[in-house]
Design a protein around this ligand. Structure first.
Ligand SMILES: Cc1cc2nc3c(=O)[nH]c(=O)nc-3n(C[C@H](O)[C@H](O)[C@H](O)COP(=O)(O)OP(=O)(O)OC[C@H]3O[C@@H](n4cnc5c(N)ncnc54)[C@H](O)[C@@H]3O)c2cc1C
Length: 740
């Protein structure tokens, strides 16, 4: 017997049986979610030894001349038309001229190729458009996001028949049709596959001719654009009791395009989501008949709806909400920094207080990180990847950091941001936060179940092949496939374990890095060290818990956080490299890296603290986190350096937040930026007066200590600051109910 046959009989076979018994049983929908999309940089991180050459092979995201012209033209024009106060509190809708402008200029067809009259934009251009509109009006941003995200357009592009594409795509691109996507129903939210909405394959007489079709009954809620939609991308469970399209009675979740003017449809009522005025509401259908070719992809795709949705989500989730979140983080950092510079209390700008600096420093770093991750993800998407784990990480972490940054900005502004009115530039974003947290996979579910739960199987170099082999109904073939992969896996794991422990005890000085010198080199090496540690701890967790990891959501969430930190920090290093390694941006890179390493150690520590195999956990903790080499959080001094970037005009500040204040600003943000510039210009004069003991500049001017030009500058500054500090008030009867 050769040694391979011996190995198979005596080692692989028992292992195959044992692993088969321990393997988590995946439902069909879970399997389809795992199969959706593909892997990218997440797989490199999971391997424990990221390939930095592959990392730099991804070119930075860039715009074509046509895309840039669209941003400078229609997007800027659109922003100038948006008055969010009027939209949110007076109209509860976009004005008619904005709806027309969006349709006429192709905003609803950014992802639709030009051959179908769409704009055919890259993921990056699409993302830039959403970012810019977001800071002006969340209502308008969501209105633009939805047709370009998961919905009829994306589903038709990926799965539609040629006939369906030829008919629907030009109509969607030109705004002749307003789409919405109906998945969620009262009984089925996060567990969308539990929907009770049905479609029964049947024959019905239409205009005297018998037609094969589907009789639909549904009740959906929370559906964005539903009140104004002309076509609904409807998800339902397809049944074929008379076997008219095949042998299965329960065909499975399917998606059809349903014109909303058909008899039996009730549509038009509205929800009011967090006081945002975008169109959102329920809709119902009672015995609605559609022809069988309304199924997206035709009969061939009947029953494949869940896989189709997951695949569409794999790309879309990486663009819309991360773009909005990045813009919101920049906006929070920009406005809070400028406000902290112009607002004085106790005789000094509040930005000089350490308590405020702590918030500003974190906001500056968040803005740098989320924007870096947005650009890196778009670059990957534009290379053709549909990375489902990365897009889940982005959805979750971009929206969570947006929540943190907007909350921080609210605290820094205090009463100024609490009092609502046309000049409050933060209130709308603050109220919109829960929407981003909830939609496209609510964050608790995404963190606890999806990022690691699916990521572990999807992005691991061997696990997916092993799970497939274990699930093979042909035991002989399954065992052979398992034998071909399990020994490679064990070899890989052994090397990873040695690497993780070796790097931990040598401060990662021997880890691979694409650059040798400087701080970035240190960070690349440490990133490699933690990738190896993550890989080792993940493997041992999976080995120890097997299928029960599905229920240990807190462990899964922490491991997901580590993978996310590794991804986000990679993006930060890529941004630093792609932007030309500006020394003045280094505090931001340092803050992100130090916070990230600290978080990774804490999460790994928490996993090991709660690890069921206690002995193994203690040994691992000692081996992976040597007592004298623990990561430390960013120092107060470093946090203050990051805060300072927001408090002074500089190129670094422009790179960090300029994208939101140089384009698409509302009048109140323009006013804030103007006051900031005046204060920065006046500062040397104010300092001189202070040193001379002259508190009142008018007195100083009268005494001849200031020139006329200097006095005018101080007067302008004072007026500009007063305008910013001012808040809205209303006439006593302003809140009286208007007649309907
Ligand atoms: C403004 C808005 C717009 C929307 N637009 C659309 C749309 O256009 N089309 C559409 O089809 N849907 C849409 N939705 C629906 C949205 O996708 C759902 O709200 C979301 O899936 C969550 O469902 P739910 O609100 O019923 O929460 P539930 O499913 O009831 O969840 C409640 C909480 O439990 C958590 N949870 C659930 N399961 C688990 C688990 N296994 N582990 C850990 N935590 C768990 C969730 O994370 C959440 O925090 C929209 C929702 C809103 C609010």
């Amino acid at each position: 017997m050769d040694w391979r046959a011996w190995r198979r009989q005596w080692l692989t076979e028992p292992l195959y049986r044992k692993a088969g018994a321990a393997m988590p049983r995946l439902s069909a929908t879970e399997q389809e979610a795992i199969d959706a999309g593909d892997v990218w940089w997440d797989a490199q991180l999971f391997s424990g030894q990221p390939d930095w050459q592959a990392f730099f092979a991804t070119p930075p995201a860039a715009l074509t001349a046509q895309e840039q012209a669209f941003l400078d033209g229609p997007v800027a024009q659109l922003c100038a038309m948006l008055d969010d106060w009027d939209i949110s509190w007076n109209r509860y809708d976009l004005p008619p001229q904005v709806w027309s402008f969006l349709k006429d200029n192709g905003f609803f067809g950014m992802i639709i190729p030009r051959q179908y009259s769409g704009l055919g934009f890259s993921a990056y251009a699409h993302s830039e458009v959403v970012s810019r509109i977001s800071v002006r009006s969340v209502t308008c941003a969501v209105t633009v996001m939805v047709p370009n995200s998961l919905g009829p357009g994306e589903l038709l592009l990926q799965f539609g028949t040629q006939e369906q594409r030829d008919y629907w795509l030009p109509r969607l691109a030109q705004g002749q049709e307003i789409p919405s996507f109906g998945l969620t129903s009262p009984e089925a939210g996060s567990d969308a596959a539990a929907m009770t909405d049905t479609g029964v394959v049947c024959k019905q007489m239409v205009d005297g001719v018998e037609e094969l079709g589907i009789r639909l009954n549904w009740g959906k809620r929370y559906i964005t654009l539903s009140p104004v939609a002309t076509v609904l991308g409807l998800a339902f469970k397809l049944l074929d009791p008379d076997h008219l399209i095949g042998s299965d009675t329960e065909v499975g979740i399917s998606v059809a395009l349903v014109p909303t003017n058909l008899p039996g449809i009730t549509i038009g009522r509205r929800h009011l989501p967090s006081m945002q005025a975008f169109q959102n509401g329920p809709n119902q259908g009672k015995d609605v008949f559609v022809p069988i070719n309304a199924l997206i992809g035709g009969v061939e795709k009947a029953g494949q709806g869940w896989a189709m949705l997951m695949s569409a989500l794999a790309a879309g989730r990486g663009i819309s909400l991360p773009s909005l979140s990045s813009a919101a983080c920049m906006f929070a950092a920009h406005t809070a920094g400028a406000y902290a510079r112009v607002r004085t209390q106790f005789g000094i700008p509040i930005g000089k207080f350490e308590g405020i600096q702590e918030k500003l420093g974190r906001m500056a770093a968040n803005a740098y990180l989320v924007e870096a991750a947005r650009r890196f993800t778009c670059a990957g998407l534009d290379q053709g990847y549909k990375p489902s784990v990365v897009s889940a990480i982005m959805k979750l972490h971009a929206t969570e950091r947006m929540r943190q940054s907007i909350n921080d900005a609210m605290d820094v502004h205090a009463g100024k941001a609490v009092i609502d009115g046309p000049s409050n530039y933060l209130g709308g974003l603050y109220r919109a936060l829960p929407v981003g947290i909830t939609v496209e996979g609510a964050n608790i579910l995404t963190r606890n179940l999806i990022v690691f739960g699916q990521g572990a199987i999807r992005a691991h170099p061997y696990l997916m092949q092993e799970v497939t082999a274990l699930g093979n109904s042909d035991q002989e073939a399954g065992e052979a496939a398992f034998d071909a992969v399990i020994w490679k896996h064990l070899g890989h794991s052994t090397k990873n374990a040695l690497r993780a422990i070796g790097h931990a005890w040598t401060k990662a000085v021997f880890a691979k890095s694409p650059v040798q010198a400087g701080l970035a080199g240190v960070y690349y090496r440490r990133l490699g060290r933690y990738a190896a540690a993550f890989s080792l701890v993940s493997e041992l967790t999976l080995l120890t818990l097997g299928g029960s990891l599905k229920r240990r959501e807190m462990l899964s969430a922490r491991l997901g956080d580590v993978l996310a930190e590794l991804f986000l920090l990679s993006a930060v290093l890529k941004r630093w490299h792609d932007e030309g390694q500006h020394e003045s941006d280094l505090p931001l890179v340092r803050w992100c890296a130090e916070q990230s390493f600290f978080t990774i150690e804490r999460r790994l520590n928490d996993v090991l603290f709660n690890f069921p195999a206690r002995g193994l956990a203690i040994v691992l903790r000692f081996l992976l986190q040597p007592p004298a080499m623990k990561a430390k959080p960013p120092s107060d001094q470093l946090t203050a350096m990051c805060a300072d970037i927001l408090l002074e005009p500089s190129e670094s500040r422009d790179r960090l937040v300029g994208a939101v204040w140089t384009t698409c600003n509302s009048a109140s943000v323009e006013q804030l930026e103007y006051a900031f510039e005046q204060v920065a210009q006046a500062q040397p004069i104010l300092d001189r007066l202070k040193h001379g003991g002259l508190k009142d500049w008018r007195v100083a001017h009268a005494k001849g200590a200031l020139t006329d030009a200097q006095a005018q500058l101080l007067e302008r500054m004072q007026a500009a600051v007063a305008a910013v500090v001012n808040v809205d008030d209303f006439a006593p009867d302003a809140f009286a109910r208007k007649p309907a």
